[in-house]
Write a protein that binds this ligand. Structure first.
Ligand SMILES: [Zn+2]
Length: 140
């Protein structure tokens, strides 16, 4: 489990670093959800789309990338935020896939859902994972 988590964290960080380098900032393009769907049409079949903040885009890309290279890639039927972390619902046949999906949920609890910076789960009426800056902003 730790190995899977490390692998996913590394991949996510690499994607984020590439994104920061090419765009100069942390923000995702407005059509980031469509882009991810277009990038992984074989596994991502979420009829309601991706229901979470753009800060987790790089994490979702990393997760889909790793999942699409397993021996029998799963079908992802829903990708959304719930209680402050990322939930990915799948029809998977391999325990390996479930481990990767669990790792994505764990990792999302350390990544700001707004901007992708390091964050933590914040209590309140609506539990969410935010960096310090976005947590401050929410309190205003
Ligand atoms: Zn943030």
């Amino acid at each position: 489990m730790t190995e899977v988590l490390d692998l996913l964290a590394e991949r996510t960080e690499a994607i984020r670093a590439g994104h920061l380098e090419s765009t100069g900032d942390c923000w995702q393009p407005t059509d980031w959800r469509e882009r991810i769907h277009a990038q992984f049409p074989a596994i991502l079949k979420a009829p309601w789309g991706i229901e979470c903040g753009a800060g987790w885009a790089d994490l979702i890309i990393a997760t889909c990338d790793i999942l699409s290279h397993t021996p029998e890639p799963p079908t992802l039927t829903d990708v959304k935020e719930k209680f402050g972390t990322l939930r990915i619902y799948s029809r998977s046949v391999q325990s390996m896939d479930d481990q990767i999906i669990d790792a994505a949920e764990t990792l999302s609890g350390r990544i700001c859902e707004r901007c992708g910076a390091p964050g933590e789960r914040r209590p309140g009426g609506w539990i969410s994972t935010l960096c310090d800056a976005h947590f401050e902003e929410r309190r205003l």
